[in-house]
Design a protein around this ligand. Structure first.
Ligand code: SDX
Length: 432
């Protein structure tokens, strides 16, 4: 097949190379477009622009397909766990027993936050937004572990395994400490003999004389939630991590930038907005009709949160998995949550409504995830923090692709300037 595209500009013909990915995705390689033609591409929000080649996650938004290193998310959700999927996403292969044990040990050995870093928490108001605390405290890892954060690709890649394990483990510990700090509770330190999710729940909910021991259903549900959030191609926060990493910024700094991007309600913050929406509907005794009517007005501030997606024009496969898990987790825990009934009614109504169907707006990963987290006793204010814990391995894998790409370029998009044309400076005495 002729792998070039031709474009006609100002009566001249130009040919551009075509790239084809391993799943048959095609791209016109426009890297030489400006030099050859003087034109750039314009694609607001890069919705149709590939900023990189990547071997981590494959998404097919039209068919609701999501695979990590080629393995379908449905199989990973069924048979894997968060730590194993984190390893797969970062290192490209499922670990054998020895590597899985070694990786798990590294996470357990690097879970603690030492005294000097603990003092940072005291600098925040008790009611500070948890994601604002998380992004800045995670950024401080670069200050506390400067040898792992030298801002030299070569040196930081040489220490990558330790930095990666630290990031995954400490983001989780910092998250639990934020929860404890905001509740005015003493910190609960990690236990080396606990698996990843059990340790997090222990650090969140144990009392000074009474350890919290997660029942298997709770630990399994949290495991599934984190696994489903591990990576998601070049979403807003992941492409932010790649952008920051492309300037040779270290892993911790780049992850902190990803946390900032994730906190927005149109992205990771949506799981909090979904719960606020469900609570409001419940409080009004509404059946969701008013919300759906408001969402159809098209304003960004009254959207049906948890619906729609920048890529999926079909069901988000994660939403299907979480929706099913919701029912079984609540049943196993003997919880009857009216918000779940409201969410199901909302989904049913929206999926019959032409406004949503015509725009291919389906439930996304955030629509049901909050209901599970609520059942696990996690407060709404911490929902996006849980998303960040889950997404950290994906951010790490993407940072590594940027750092390890020989001759990789710093991310620096262009623009179409629409400001004032050239004009002279006017001294203040002459200004009206
Ligand atoms: C995540 O990218 C990722 O992979 C993200 C993520 C990940 O794992 O990293 O999957 C996680 O961020 C999931 C999305 C969470 N956000 C929400 O649930 C917030 C609600 N959703 C929307 O704000 C919206 O759907 C976005 C932001 C998710 C996607 O927006 P797009 O792709 O920019 O879509 P758009 O704004 O171009 O909307 C297209 C049309 C518009 O209407 P028209 O102008 O054509 O009349 O659809 C409408 C929008 O008004 N629309 C909605 C809507 N989402 C889009 N209308 C009502 N409710 C909604 N939720």
């Amino acid at each position: 097949m002729d792998h070039t595209a031709s474009i006609r500009l100002d009566e001249k013909e130009f040919s551009l190379p075509v790239m084809v990915g391993t799943e048959g995705e095609k791209a016109v390689d426009t890297r030489k477009l400006r030099v050859d033609t003087g034109y750039i591409c314009y694609d607001q929000g890069y919705g149709n622009t590939g900023s990189c080649t990547s071997g981590i996650t494959y998404l097919d938004g039209d068919n609701g397909i999501l695979r990590h290193r080629g393995i379908p998310i449905e199989q990973l959700a069924e048979s894997s766990d968060f730590v194993e999927t984190a390893y797969l996403v970062i290192y490209g292969e499922l670990p054998n027993a020895a590597k899985r044990k070694e990786f798990g040990m590294k996470l357990r050995q690097n879970a603690a936050i030492e005294m000097q870093m603990q003092r940072i928490f005291e600098g925040y108001p008790r009611d500070a937004p948890p994601m604002a605390m998380l992004s800045s405290i995670v950024a401080s890892l670069a200050a506390h572990y400067p040898d792992l954060a030298t801002n030299s690709f070569e040196r930081d890649l040489a220490n990558f395994d330790l930095a990666a394990a630290m990031a995954i483990s400490k983001v989780r510990t910092i998250a639990a400490m934020i929860y404890r700090y905001q509740k005015g509770l003493p910190y609960v330190f990690p236990k080396q003999d606990l698996p990843f999710c059990d340790n997090f729940l222990h650090m969140m909910f144990s009392e000074p004389y009474q350890d919290y021991v997660a029942v298997p259903e709770v630990a399994r549900a949290l495991n599934l939630l984190l696994l489903l959030h591990v990576d998601h191609e070049q979403n807003c926060s992941t492409s932010t991590v790649r952008t920051v990493g492309s300037s040779a910024s270290n892993l911790f700094t780049s992850i902190s930038a990803g946390i900032c991007a994730l906190s927005g309600p149109l992205h990771g913050g949506a799981n909090v907005s979904v719960m606020q929406m469900l609570h409001a509907i419940h409080a009004e005794g509404d059946d969701g009709t008013r919300f759906i009517a408001a969402a159809k007005l098209g304003s960004k501030d009254s959207r049906l949160m948890g619906f729609g997606h920048p890529v999926y024009r079909n069901f988000d496969p994660r939403a299907k998995i979480i929706g099913k898990a919701c029912e079984s987790v609540l049943q196993k825990l003997g919880i009857k949550d009216p918000l779940l009934d409201i969410a199901k009614r909302l989904e049913e109504a929206a999926l019959k409504d032409d406004y949503f169907l015509s725009r291919k707006l389906y439930p996304n990963v955030d629509f049901y995830s909050g209901i599970i987290m609520r059942a696990l006793g996690i407060p709404t204010s911490m929902f996006t923090v849980i998303f960040a814990i889950g997404r950290t391995p994906g951010w790490i894998a993407n940072w590594h692709e940027v750092a390890a790409t020989p001759k990789g370029r710093i991310y620096r998009p262009r623009q179409v300037y629409i400001g004032p044309v050239k004009r002279d400076y006017v001294p203040i005495v002459q200004r009206v």
